[in-house]
Design a protein around this ligand. Structure first.
Ligand SMILES: Cc1cc2nc3c(=O)[nH]c(=O)nc-3n(C[C@H](O)[C@H](O)[C@H](O)COP(=O)(O)OP(=O)(O)OC[C@H]3O[C@@H](n4cnc5c(N)ncnc54)[C@H](O)[C@@H]3O)c2cc1C
Length: 415
């Protein structure tokens, strides 16, 4: 892929941040701008596969030696231990390139699975399933959404896990299980209700770890997304798939809560990635505006284009500050649910607008494969559906706000 006139990744220390976080940002910017962005064509397939893999491994080693591996994980699990806020400040730089996530060891869906295994996993599960993903030897997938039931209402899932002796027997059909083809194991959301048992539907869901080489785990196909099959968003049947009872994650009935934990963290990571990508799209757009001559003048002198720049600046800074604020709430132990839903709606939509303007400024080149913009555009659009569609998050925001007013309180934007 020809990367046109890349601007530098301009990162200066932020006065209000600690020296540690500023250094992390500078070190990350150096690796992303010197080693990752110049190699994007190679990562995308210009190199033969063995050389491509070797390059990725070499850069991962460099990242580990620079103490920048797994920013989302605590130190005791081999991560950086910088919390959500430190991660957010680092990730807005890291996400300049879509290839950074795998090189820095913070790759969805495995990153989300790691978060829940740390919280809900037994020591044996951590050893067997979590550790190989942290070292980078294995990846995983999360298998919840089903073709015949509304993914936006996870309580509607019909995949069952029935206890038989010391095993769970799983039957069902899932789709859009991202990374299904490469994963060593899947976290599968199952209905484990027992007949006549009381409790609400949330208490009938359990997540179970299923190694992908288990008999009965069958990938039907990789569902094409935006015309591409390479995303590995798999449709999978689970047919009498037997795993030991100890593969159950947490106690029975905690599947819904674990999914919310996983998706909550995952949504914030997605938004951090959006901020970094928007920043790069903005950079490409402004640079192009200063270089491209149209109708006897530079693009930058046209007021339409100046409007694009100003509107994009506002979209990015608003997204960035909302995401940082949300990370701050999580780190301080507050209730982040309203803010997670807010950024999950606002940030991908803002990214959609910013990238759309950047594409427009680039003309035909903007929709070509010669810039990363087309990929960013599709990613932003997809995020308005994945991990819960916009409408569901809007409903949640309104519900939380209204509840406070019904409780005789008002909304406090300061916490
Ligand atoms: C690229 C991609 C990757 C994905 N990866 C994974 C994965 O790894 N694992 C996994 O389990 N799932 C994954 N998903 C699935 C994703 O989480 C679901 O698609 C999403 O939750 C929406 O579910 P659905 O597609 O069944 O849409 P539905 O639930 O059928 O909803 C369809 C539409 O109805 C509207 N809608 C829904 N509820 C309401 C409401 N209450 N009020 C008004 N309108 C409403 C929304 O506009 C919504 O888009 C992925 C999806 C995509 C596109």
């Amino acid at each position: 892929m020809a990367i046109p006139s890349l601007a530098t990744l301009a990162v200066a220390p932020i006065p209000s941040l600690s020296d540690e976080v500023n250094q992390i940002r500078l070190d990350t910017a150096k690796i992303v701008s010197e080693h990752i962005i110049p190699n994007e064509g190679n990562f995308a397939g210009e190199l033969p596969e063995t050389e491509r893999q070797a390059l990725i491994m070499e850069l991962r080693t460099h990242v580990k030696e620079s103490n920048l591996w797994a920013p989302h994980l605590p130190k005791e699990y081999g991560g950086m231990g910088i919390g959500f806020l430190g991660h957010a400040y680092m990730n807005e730089i890291l996400a300049w390139s879509p290839w950074s996530n795998t090189i820095f060891g913070v790759q969805a869906p495995t990153s989300g699975n790691q978060t829940v295994l740390i919280k809900y996993g037994t020591e044996a599960q951590k050893k067997k399933f979590l550790e190989p993903t942290i070292s980078g030897e294995q990846t995983s997938c999360f298998s919840m959404t089903e073709p015949d039931n509304a993914g936006s209402d996870p309580r509607s899932i019909q995949t069952t896990a029935v206890r038989d002796g010391d095993e769970w027997v799983i039957n069902g059909r899932k789709w859009f299980t991202s990374n299904g083809q490469n994963a060593a194991w899947a976290l599968v959301m199952c209905r484990t209700e027992v007949e006549d048992e009381g409790g609400d539907v949330n208490s009938k869901m359990t997540q179970i770890i299923v190694p992908t080489d288990t008999p009965g785990f069958h990938i039907e196909r990789s569902v094409p997304v935006w015309g591409h099959v390479s995303g590995s968003h798999c449709e999978i049947t689970y047919k009498d798939c037997r795993v030991p009872l100890e593969n159950q994650l947490g106690s029975r009935g905690t599947g819904h809560a674990a999914a919310q934990d996983r998706l909550g963290a995952g949504r914030v990571y997605h938004c951090m990635n959006c901020v970094g990508q928007m920043w790069r799209a903005f950079d490409l757009m402004v640079k192009r505006a200063t270089e491209r001559k149209v109708h006897g003048g530079m693009l930058e002198d046209k007021q339409f284009i100046q409007g694009f720049i100003a509107d994009s600046y506002m979209d990015i800074q608003a997204s960035r500050l909302m995401t940082l604020h949300c990370a701050e709430i999580i780190d301080s132990g507050g209730d982040p649910r309203t803010d997670i839903s807010s950024i999950k709606v606002f940030v991908p939509n803002a990214m959609h607008r910013v990238v759309d303007r950047a594409i427009q400024v680039h003309g035909a080149m903007g929709v070509s494969g010669d810039t990363p913009l087309a990929g960013m555009y599709l990613g932003a659009r997809t995020l308005r559906i994945a991990d819960g569609p916009d409408e569901v998050h809007r409903i949640l925001i309104a519900k939380n706000v209204l509840k406070r007013y019904h409780d005789g309180l008002s909304w406090d934007f300061g916490v």
